[in-house]
Design a protein around this ligand. Sequence first.
Ligand code: COA
Length: 454
Amino acid sequence: MSEIRANISQNDIQTLCDTIQKYNQIEQGSYDRFNVKRGLRNADGTGVMAGVTRVCSVDGYYIEDGELIPREGNLYYRGYSMTDIVAGCNAEDRFGFEEVAWLLLFGTLPTQEQLEFFCGLLGRNRELPEDFIEDMIMKAPSPDIMNKLSRSILSLYSYDPNPDDTSLENVLRQSIGLMAKLPVIMAYAYQVKRRHYYHKSMYIHQIKPEFRTAETILRSIRADKSFTDREAKLLDTCLMIHAEHGGGNNSTFATRVLTSSGTDTYAAIAAGIGALKGPRHGGANKKVCDMVESIKADVKDMTDPGQVADALVKVMRRELGDGSGLIYGMGHAVYTLSDPRASILRAKAEEFAVGTDFEPEYRLLRNIEQMTPQVFAAEKGITKPICANVDLYSGLIYKMLQIPDDLFTPIFTAARVAGWSAHRIEELLTCNKIIRPAYKSVNGHHEYLKLQDR
Ligand code: COA
C-alpha cells in the first residue's frame, strides 16, 4: 500500500499554520460575554439540556439552591440500575449483554423466551456479506481498528438493499444487523492488522451462531479459539457496563445529531464510532495503558502511593505521559464521587489480578485512583471531586483476558452500538427536529478586496 505524501515543504506548512493561528483567535472571555456554553456546558460544569430520553439516565450530582452537590454515581438503563443488572446476571452466572441490548432497544426486561429469540437473531445475523472480508476489511488495512470499523460500517450501506429508509422496521433491522456484525468486523480487522502491521499470522475463524457476543469476540481473536467460561463472563460484564451512557455523551450525541438530519443508519453509527475513537472519550482506555507504562518507567516502586503521586504531578505538568496534562481514567463530566462502572470493574480487576503477575499493576491503578484527587486539587487549585472513570480498570481487565490494546476501544464500540441504536430510534420516533444550535460570530464584516489590492 503506497502512502500519501504531503507535497508541501515544512516552511510552507508552517507559514500556512501561522496564518490560521492568526485568524482563529477567540478571546476566552467571549464565551461569558455572549453567554455561550463552551462545550455545551453550564457555568457549573453540568451539561446543557439538549433532549428528553427514556433510554438511560446518568446520575452523579444534584442541584440544591443553585449549587451542584456531588453524590455517588448511578447509571440506569431504561430505569433499571445497571449495577443491579450486572449483579443479577453475575449471581445467576449467566451472560447479560444481550439482555441489556434488548432492554435498551425495546424498553423492557426480556422474558426467557424473548432473550432466546434475540440471541438467536444476533447469531443468525453475524455473518458478513460475501467477499466483505476480502473487499472491505483486508484491502487498505488500517493501523487503527476504530478507523477500520467506521469505514466498514459505512461500506455496509452498499450491501443493504434498502439503506436510506428511516422507518422503524427498517432501522431496527439495520440496528440488529450492526449489533451482530460489529464484533465480527472488529475481530477480523484486528487479524488483518496483525498480518499487515505486525507481520504475524492472521486467523479468520468461522463464527458460531450459538455463541454470545463475548464468546464470539474471544473465539475470533484467539489463535486457538479457546477460552474459559469465566473469561467470557468477565468480558460480558465489560460489555454490559459499556452498552449505554445517556444521550449527552459525545458519541451518542453525535449519532443523534446525524440521525436528526434524516441520514442513514450506517452514516449515523459511523459518526458515533468516529467520536468514540477520541482520547477524551472511548480512546481513553488505551491512553490509560500508555500512561501506566510511563508511570512504571518513572517510579521505583509502583505500589508506593507517594512515588505515584509524584509521577501524577509530572503527568499534570505535561512532563510525563502524552503531554496533554490529563490523568487518563480519572474525571468525568457527570460523575463526581464515583462512577458505578469503575466500581464494578475495580472489583473485577481485584478478583482476577490478586495473586497473579498482574497484581502490581492493579495496585498501581489503585494508587492512581487514590492519589489523583489531592494531586488534581493542588495542581488545578480547585476542589471539584475527581473520581476514577470506566477506563481506569478496563485496560487491565482486557490485558488479563489477553486482549490486545488495539481492541480496547473497539470492544467499547461493540457494546455501545446497542445504546447508539436505541438513541437513534428514539430520535427518529420522538424528536423530528433537526439539531441545529447557533454560533455567535465575533468576526465583524470586511469589505471584499480585489486581488491586486490585498
Ligand atoms: N486530568 C487532568 N485534568 C483534568 C482531568 C484529568 N483526568 N479531568 C479534568 N481535568 C481538567 C479539565 O481539563 C478542566 O481543565 P480546564 O478548566 O483547564 O479546561 C478541569 O479539569 C475541569 O474539568 P471538568 O469540567 O471537571 O471535566 P470535563 O467534564 O471537562 O472533562 C473528561 C471530563 C472525562 C473529558 C476529563 O475528566 C478528562 O479528560 N479525563 C481524562 C480522559 C478520560 O479518562 N476520559 C474518559 C472519560 S469516561
